[in-house]
Design a protein around this ligand. Structure first.
Ligand code: NIG
Ligand code: FE
Length: 412
């Protein structure tokens, strides 16, 4: 199967020299090819350029005229909990009435509420509910998604979640990266025995996850009221022994030390980062760890925003992700996340586009194959509706401007 997209008003993020990620002042660099063409062959991008330089005789099985439209690489959503059972709109009402995220969690709501539901939901039903969300985000332009476990909180239920994640990866054209997050919360039955649960994660869950090859990454919710730095270190060391690279929830609820811990264990990313100060920025500079911001969660919970301008001005890269989950961000529209990046975090449109493409591809370990329109990379593309400029995408924050998506070289 081959596709030729012609007369494209602007091709965004194209180039054979796009870096692994963009940092600091470079975050506002974005290549735009005006009046261009793109050819895909099988699953890959085979060529692109300006219409005036299109080699004569180029043809394809399907030809799309993209006059007035922009084409960009599909969004990479590097942090989600999209596999879950049911929903939590009752807690949403508690929040509206004034309870905080931590108060809801302390009352047995929050993550534990989702865990209870997930345990009683069959694998098939969990897959069915999750696929509805997956198909929805594909329509919004997401072409790659990281998905965490963490609503099982016992060995069988964590494995059930990871098997559902694997089934999604096998049955959908979306690229999937699985993360084991057994350390999302202490389950109710271990309330008075934290060590017992950590022991279960280390000695039972991690070896089982590894023996079935169900995850690439390991995550811990290293934050106030959840897991301490000391507990996080024990869990990460156990995961690393089995080849699972860390990706951490850090500094959402306080200066937890999670950012420094992530850097110390060479995490691929540290995520949330509402509580980031000079020491945290210093730790991140020069590391291989991608700072990842989840402005949908801060928006939904009405929490403080991370000091993004300060981070970028200090020379850091940042990625943006949806955190799609039932408690703090029950939606996965990455274009809306881009708008939050602009409006709430004061990032420029070019910066947010880098943050949801090449930088978030890095944050999920796929920037060699995704995140830009580059010869030989996977043909994952968004074709927009007719729009005046790429800046219009985050500006028109409530409109779905995705007209068509191409995933692995097929129109989805
Ligand atoms: O990323 N912060 C921890 N975990 C999720 C929320 C999970 C939930 O409330 O169900 C998050 O925001
Ligand atoms: Fe999360």
């Amino acid at each position: 199967m081959s596709i030729l997209i012609k007369n494209i008003r602007g091709i965004i993020q194209a180039g054979d020299d796009v870096p692994q990620f963009r940092a600091g002042a470079e975050m506002s660099v974005l290549s735009v090819i005006e009046n261009g063409w793109i050819l895909t062959e099988d699953e890959k991008i085979a060529g692109y350029g300006r219409m005036v330089q299109m080699p004569s005789g180029v043809t394809a099985d399907e030809v799309i005229d993209a006059s007035g439209r922009f084409v960009l690489p599909s969004f990479c959503d590097s942090h989600t909990h999209i596999v879950y059972a049911g929903s939590r709109e009752l807690e949403y009402m508690d929040k509206i009435r004034g309870l905080s995220y931590e108060e809801i969690a302390r009352r047995g709501g929050g993550i534990l509420n989702s865990a209870e539901l997930l345990r009683e939901t069959s694998e098939d039903e969990l897959y069915r509910q999750s696929m509805e969300r997956i198909n929805e985000i594909i329509g919004f332009g997401t072409g790659a998604v990281e998905i965490k476990s963490g609503y099982g909180l016992d060995t069988e239920s964590e494995l059930k979640m990871l098997r559902v994640i694997r089934r999604i990866s096998e049955s959908s054209p979306i690229e999937v990266k699985p993360t084991f997050l057994g350390a999302h919360a202490i389950p109710a039955e271990y309330r008075n025995n934290r060590e017992g649960y950590i022991d279960l994660i280390i000695n039972e869950m991690i070896p089982r996850v590894a023996s079935e090859d169900l995850a690439d990454y390991i995550d811990v919710f290293c934050d106030k009221g959840f897991f301490t730095v000391d507990e996080t270190e024990q869990i990460l060391m156990a995961g690393i022994k089995y080849g699972l690279r860390p990706k951490l929830h850090a500094n959402e609820l306080g200066f937890s030390g999670g950012i420094q811990t992530g850097v110390k264990y060479n995490a691929l990313s540290v995520d949330h980062l509402e509580f980031t100060g000079d020491d945290e920025i210093e730790a991140l500079l020069g590391s291989d760890t991608m700072p990842t911001l989840l402005p949908g969660a801060a928006f939904f919970l009405g929490m403080t925003d991370p000091p993004v301008r300060k981070m970028i001005n200090a020379g850091l890269p940042v990625a943006l992700a949806s955190d799609y989950n039932p408690g703090s961000s029950p939606q996965g529209n990455m274009k809306l996340i881009m708008s939050f990046g602009c409006i709430k975090l004061r990032m420029l449109p070019a910066e947010v586009i880098n943050a949801v493409t090449i930088n978030s591809a890095y944050a999920m370990g796929i920037s060699d194959t995704h995140g830009s329109i580059t010869r030989g990379k996977v043909a994952n593309l968004i074709i927009t509706k007719e729009i005046p400029s790429y800046e219009f995408l985050p500006y028109a924050y409530g409109s779905n401007l995705v007209e068509r998506v191409v995933l692995k070289g097929e129109v989805s």
